[in-house]
Design a protein around this ligand. Structure first.
Ligand SMILES: *[C@@H]1O[C@H](CO)[C@@H](O)[C@H](O)[C@H]1NC(C)=O
Length: 469
């Protein structure tokens, strides 16, 4: 369309007295109408060439909300991200057992006893999934023995007699692992005690079931069966470099998975669809025991809401809390984000900023030597200044490792001291029932200098804005 200088819009070359164009302008006008279609044709041809030649995944650069990279393609960098991760070696297991044996020896304890689970996995490579708990006890027993003046660990496995073959299939690191089998008509606890190098006081895994403690206690008069002290609990709480490397990769890939799923999302998608995509992405990453909480809009106001088929609306934030395990070591990441096509109410965006600031405040407070309650308090005081403290209804964080939630915890009332090798989630939130929920979660560890370092740092660390999780 030609716009003439006197303000008239000309769609034809008819004479128009009101416009009264000069002959010069008329010639230009003619010229314009002949050449513009030519130029347009050239551009159209170029555009079609681009359409034909450029692979489809490039288009999300042009128009991200309508053209997406195929999900399977987006998962390929995720599936190789932890390819070089290695499981805990036999020699690291032996070191753990030796540490444990030394503490037992120093405390005059004859054995540390654990059921299949996180502690038995840590000391003896027996996870809860490699041996399911039943009413028949299978126990890992670690005893101190003196060899050439040095304290070594002796491993004994108490197993139901009819299951001995299966118990021997467990790969338990350690030299000279022995098996004590109890027949169905015998007292398993008497057989356990008799199989130990010495008879005396016993430490048990704090998660052991009570009937086992009772059984051990009643098998020999006069011995004490008590939960392992902090010194032993800390062997698992304070992670080694190898453990930290596994957790780094697991957390990085979890965040990459959230971002890959965000890129696939659109207004109108359902919580259940996103949950399935998350599970797929986490499994593609090689994580096991995966979980994904996907909550839209007001559903996120319940911190542990279960998700539904709710459809994503333009005004909804998306909350994804997810993770999985890499060779037993867990990740846990939460992001609250929007899509490019979202239009989030301003007060909700402000809550996002409040939570983001609280996460930062907690991170700055976390250092070796600091009491865990203080870190929780610093997130809370950041929210108090912004007038939203009452909406932060849960503790700030939990320890993480072989268990998704483990000691120590970042919560008010806890006086545990933060130490090198400790690992925590940092997950403040604001929850307003019936309206909105915002939570941001990154896990961190305490390095050798005593400073906090995010496991997600290698892939950009905490969320930058609601659009960039
Ligand atoms: C620990 O057990 C797993 C199977 O549950 C096995 O693959 C792995 O090799 C074992 N590790 C060691 C060091 O024996």
């Amino acid at each position: 369309m030609g716009q003439l200088e006197n303000g008239c819009v000309s769609t034809s070359v008819d004479k128009d007295d009101n416009c009264n164009p000069t002959p010069q302008i008329r010639r230009k006008d003619w010229h314009y109408f002949v050449t513009v279609p030519k130029i347009l044709a050239v551009f159209l041809a170029l555009f079609i060439t681009v359409l034909v030649l450029v692979p489809p995944y490039s288009f999300h650069l042009v128009h991200p909300s309508t053209t997406k990279q195929p999900f399977s393609e987006a998962l390929s960098p995720i599936s190789t991200h932890c390819a070089s991760a290695n499981p805990i070696t036999s020699s690291e297991f032996r070191q753990r057992q030796k540490h444990l044996a030394r503490i037992l020896h120093d405390n005059n304890i004859v054995a540390y006893i654990a059921e299949p689970g996180a502690n038995a996995l840590f000391f003896g490579n027996i996870s809860g999934s490699s041996w399911g708990l039943s009413e028949r006890p299978l126990l890992l027993m670690v005893s101190p023995v003196l060899k050439h003046g040095e304290v070594e660990a002796k491993i004994t496995i108490l197993t139901p007699a009819f299951e001995e073959t299966r118990a021997r299939l467990l790969t338990i690191p350690g030299s000279g692992v022995t098996y004590a089998a109890w027949p169905e008509d015998a007292n398993p606890y008497s057989i356990a005690i008799q199989s130990l190098p010495e008879i005396g006081n016993i430490y048990v895994d704090e998660n052991i079931r009570h009937f086992i403690v009772d059984g051990l206690q009643q098998a020999v008069l006069g011995i004490q069966v008590t939960s392992a002290p902090a010194e032993i609990v800390q062997l698992r709480e304070r992670k080694s470099q190898t453990e930290l490397e596994l957790m780094k990769c697991a957390n990085e890939v979890t965040l990459l998975a959230i971002r890959a799923v965000q890129a696939q999302m659109y207004i109108g998608i359902r919580e259940s669809q996103v949950r399935r995509m998350m599970e797929k992405a986490l499994s593609a990453a090689g994580l096991t025991e995966t979980f994904a909480l996907v909550l839209f809009g007001e559903n996120a106001a319940l911190p542990h809401g279960s998700g539904s088929d709710r459809v994503l609306d333009t005004s909804d934030f998306v909350l994804i809390d997810c993770g999985g395990a890499l060779f037993g070591y867990n990740s846990d990441v939460t992001r609250t984000f929007m899509l490019e096509d979202s239009s989030i109410p301003m007060d909700h965006v402000l809550y996002w900023g409040d939570v983001h600031a609280a996460q930062r405040a907690a991170y700055d407070a976390a250092k070796a030597g600091v009491v865990t309650a203080e870190v929780d308090a610093s997130a809370r005081s950041s929210l108090r200044i912004r007038g939203v403290e009452q909406f932060f209804t849960h503790r700030l964080g939990h320890g993480i490792g072989l268990e998704g939630h483990e000691t120590p915890y970042l919560r008010g009332g806890s006086n545990d001291i933060i130490q090198t090798g400790h690992t925590f989630s940092n997950e403040p939130g604001v929850y307003i029932e019936g309206k909105v929920g915002v939570r941001l979660e990154d896990c961190f560890y305490i390095d050798k200098q005593g400073d906090a370092v995010y496991f997600t740092e290698g892939v950009g660390g905490p969320s930058r804005s609601p659009l960039y999780p």
